[in-house]
Write a protein that binds this ligand. Structure first.
Ligand SMILES: *Cc1c(COP(=O)(O)O)cnc(C)c1O
Length: 398
């Protein structure tokens, strides 16, 4: 039988992204169907009893499993090279479900300092309430990671490359440290996606996604996912099916279709970002550009080895502090002033007063979030138009 749900031997990313996960129904549909149903029915009371008792596999209720959600999960698992994927209602739900599945009171997390803001709040405020504490270290400093580990450390958590400074950690070396201390390594792979980085192949135990960003790629829906081994993912599945942060079939379908163009989109995002970074680097009003695709970036060689591309998020610093940065942002007419990213539309933000606004002045200084720093998540508009839009404000400063 022509069964596309099972990946073919040696299939490459673009093929997996288009062909895996869909189990064709008796209707012989070509496109992936949406199953907007809360529950599923049985032919007999005995069948219902077997399904509820777990003696027979099959769908019961869409908080547990749904065929559209399963298609997205199987496709993403294939792309990340993981045994299993569990989809969640958001990226934050993916991180929460990971913590609830793996950790208990008294356990510790060691995390990179430059994390997504809500992740820090989740760790400090909400996991803190449960008696789980988090220590933060500089992302690229492997000695700092190892020094922060105690016998209570169960989870290492990193975002690489970091936002907005494009710092990178050696995932294989970090996995080795985690495993030597009996801890799991989770990588938030939101910025690069499996098109550009596959942490599991480098030794990570879990990959976390905000599907809201590049997996969708067009800013349409909120969702998340965790990819890893059967053992840990079975625990995570238990959390999602019982506690309820499940993904809706509609959103799963959007992400499934988003994955089909992931490889193409990420190549185009990277090409635009690289050219924009090089242009910014030569602009007289720009003091510094943070993008690991630039040869002058301190971790360019590591990024080039570990990643298949440098991503689409870059930071740059203008001379003249907050006022100068705001004037560049306010002079734009094309790019969107928003903290979001992972969209075909280019976005611009001033981290010090938005995404990183909750940090104290000392924390901002420690994280190098200066007042002159601007973050751009480069979209897929024509590069000449993006450049002209930024040139308006920058030329006025120079
Ligand atoms: C957006 C984001 C999240 C959270 O995802 P949501 O889908 O908004 O809940 C987590 N990590 C990173 C790196 C993100 O950019």
């Amino acid at each position: 039988m022509h069964d596309e749900s099972i990946p073919g031997e040696g299939w490459q990313l673009d093929t997996l992204a288009i062909r895996t996960g869909h189990r064709r129904t008796h209707e012989q549909e070509h496109g992936e169907p949406i199953f907007p149903t809360s529950s599923f029915v049985y032919d007999s009371a005995a069948e219902a009893a077997r399904k509820f008792g777990g003696e027979e596999p099959g769908n019961i209720y869409s908080r547990f499993t749904n065929p559209t959600v399963r298609t997205f999960e199987e496709r993403l698992a294939a792309l990340e090279g993981g045994e299993r994927c569990v989809a969640t209602s958001s990226g934050m739900a993916a991180i929460l479900a990971t913590a609830l599945a793996l950790l208990e009171a008294g356990d510790e997390i060691v995390a990179s300092r430059s994390l997504f803001g809500s992740t820090v709040s989740l760790f400090d405020k909400y996991l803190g309430k449960l008696g789980i504490t988090t220590r933060y270290v500089e992302l690229s400093n492997l000695e700092a990671w190892e020094a922060a580990i105690t016998p209570a450390t169960k989870l290492l958590f990193a975002e690489t490359p970091s936002n907005p400074l494009s710092e990178v950690v050696d995932i294989a070396a970090l996995a080795e440290i985690a495993h030597r201390h009996g801890a799991w390594l989770a990588i938030d792979n939101c910025f690069l996606t499996p098109a550009l980085q596959t942490p599991i192949e480098l030794g990570a135990d879990l990959v976390i996604h905000s599907a809201t960003k590049y997996l969708d790629g067009q800013g349409r829906a909120i969702g998340g996912a965790v990819v890893g081994r059967d053992k840990e993912l079975e625990e995570l599945f238990g959390v999602v099916r019982t506690c309820g942060p499940c993904l809706s079939p509609f959103n799963a379908w959007i992400f499934t279709k988003g994955l089909e163009t992931l490889g193409l989109r990420m190549k185009a995002h990277c090409a635009n970002a690289q050219q924009l970074a090089e242009w910014l680097d030569g602009h007289p009003a720009v003091a510094q550009v943070h993008y690991s695709g630039l040869v002058g970036h301190p971790q360019h060689a590591l990024a080039a080895r570990q990643q298949k591309g440098f991503g689409a998020v870059l930071g740059f610093e203008v001379k003249g502090g907050r006022q100068a940065a705001w004037s560049v942002i306010d002079a734009t007419r094309l790019v969107s002033i928003t903290g979001n990213l992972g969209d075909v539309k280019t976005t611009i933000t001033h981290p010090a007063t938005t995404t990183h606004g909750r940090l104290s002045d000392d924390q901002k200084a420690a994280a190098s979030i200066h007042e002159g720093l601007i973050r751009v998540a480069v979209g897929l508009e024509d590069l000449a138009d993006i450049r002209a839009d930024l040139a308006r404000g920058l030329d006025a400063l120079a």
